[in-house]
Design a protein around this ligand. Structure first.
Ligand SMILES: [Zn+2]
Length: 457
């Protein structure tokens, strides 16, 4: 016997079959077709809200998860859902729970129509979840507009469910200390270093870094506000939690913070200038951060140093001069890949030729324009103009063809990668090639050990 439940419902149509007659018909069908009906789900309400909600129907959908029946028998498909969207959604839920829907007065779908129906289920489901996420987002935006805090609690707070943020005294004191130190002129680096020395950790138990300090200094939650980003805009509202920092102090810090940022940015050199071809390749074995390239003035050699150390969360202060690390890396490449070649397009000569041709094309185009004007001003006859036009147009066409040919005959030179890295080539190319051969360079600063890991190919 096949395990089934039956769902019956009165429709608003007065001519409709009664629940009892639906049940009778279903019972007969079940007997004939070898179904055993475990339970009847009946929605008796025929109008008003109850009918709209269909509690028995929802219960049946819910129960379909529990695996005690494999079929739902209904009298006809109008019992099941009011519209296509609903029908597809509930059918797909049943399908997911491995429950088949049998409408006893209607033909069973063949395989092809089932395929189409399946595809539709998928599409509808996706649309449905998209709609749902929109509704959720709208709800969140509304909450945020009311100042309700709906994100994770930042450092210094704890978020009880459905209640405003609660201050964690110990963390709040750290937050106050960070604001105080910054206003006293300490850098974010110095503050992070100081906190690490006192063994203060983030909520997740990580070391404090400058990013953490910056986040704290700029988070308006601490002055009792709530910032929320929607698709279109940023909402900043007063919230219902107790601030840790007074508004005045917070705003002063923002001014200071932005001024510092501007000053630092104006000092920044163009990226090209600051770059070294080993940038991004050197890692610290203690904190796994990338070594950063530090430029020094006063004739000191530029150096690489652990990025974790520079933002205060790693205690390996070791740094290495660029010539030292370059030598080590180049020696290793020489040993491991002595003959590795890179094909480079050398089109310096061509570029000059091309430039001259383009200049000539421009010249002939101007001449053509002049000839046209001469004709329009009745200086030249039509015959003269058409002769000029033919001549200049032919010249332009020839030159354009030459130009295309030049593009095709770029000279390809083969240069050893080693020579490129040593030579006077573009830093971006050098960096690209270095990354092609080298996977990473591990530096153990405390034991002065360097290990180069090459890409195998
Ligand atoms: Zn490190």
């Amino acid at each position: 016997m096949k395990k089934a439940v039956a769902y019956v419902r009165m429709s608003t149509d007065k001519q409709d079959y009664s629940i009892e007659s639906q049940k009778r018909t279903i019972k007969e069908y079940a007997k004939k077709n070898n179904y055993s009906i475990i339970k009847y789900f009946e929605d008796k309400g025929i109008s008003g809200r109850e009918a709209e909600k269909r509690p028995a129907f929802m219960e049946m959908i819910e129960e379909s998860k529990k695996n005690y029946f494999d079929y739902v028998l209904i009298y006809d498909s109008s019992r099941f859902a009011r519209n296509l969207e609903q029908s597809l959604i509930y059918k797909s839920i049943l399908k997911k729970n491995n429950v088949n829907l049998i409408s006893i007065t209607e033909p069973i779908l063949d395989d092809d129509s089932q395929l189409i129906a399946d595809a539709l289920f998928g599409a509808m489901n996706e649309m449905y979840s998209r709609k749902l996420s929109k509704v959720v987002k709208r709800g969140m935006t509304e909450k945020a507009l009311k100042g309700e805090y709906i994100s994770c609690a930042p450092y210094g707070y704890f978020k009880p469910k459905n209640k405003p943020l609660v201050i964690i005294e110990k963390e709040a004191n750290i937050v106050k200390e960070i604001f105080k130190q910054f206003l006293n002129g300490k850098s974010t680096y110095a503050i992070a270093k100081n906190l690490n020395e006192n063994n203060i950790k983030t909520k997740k138990g990580n070391n404090i870094d400058t990013r953490f300090i910056k986040k704290i200094l700029t988070n308006p939650t601490y002055k009792g506000y709530y910032k929320f980003k929607t698709d279109k805009k940023i909402i900043l509202n007063k919230s219902n939690h107790i601030p840790i920092i007074d508004e005045n102090t917070f705003d002063n810090v923002q001014v200071l913070f932005n001024n510092n940022k501007k000053r630092l940015n104006s000092k920044n050199k163009p990226l090209e200038y600051n770059k070294h071809w080993l940038v991004g390749l050197i890692k610290c074995t203690y904190c796994n951060n990338t070594f950063v390239y530090a430029k020094y003035y006063n004739n000191r050699q530029n150096r690489f140093r652990c990025g974790g150390y520079t933002c205060g969360k790693c205690d390996s202060s070791f740094s290495i001069g660029i010539y030292d690390i370059e030598n080590i890396v180049l020696e290793n490449i020489k040993k491991t890949f002595p003959n590795i070649i890179y094909k480079i397009k050398n089109n310096n000569d061509n570029n000059e030729k091309k430039y001259n041709i383009l200049k000539d094309i421009e010249k002939y185009k101007k001449a053509l324009e002049k000839a046209k004007n001469a004709y329009l001003l009745e200086i030249d006859t039509l015959e003269e103009y058409s002769q000029n036009k033919t001549f200049f147009s032919k010249k332009i066409k020839e030159l354009e063809e030459q130009c295309i040919k030049l593009n095709d005959t770029n000279i390809i030179e083969e240069i050893s990668i080693l020579n490129i890295l040593i030579g006077n080539y573009d830093m971006v190319l050098k960096n690209k090639l270095a990354k092609l051969i080298i996977n990473k360079i591990l530096i153990d600063g405390k034991n002065r050990k360097i290990k180069i890991i090459f890409n195998i190919y």
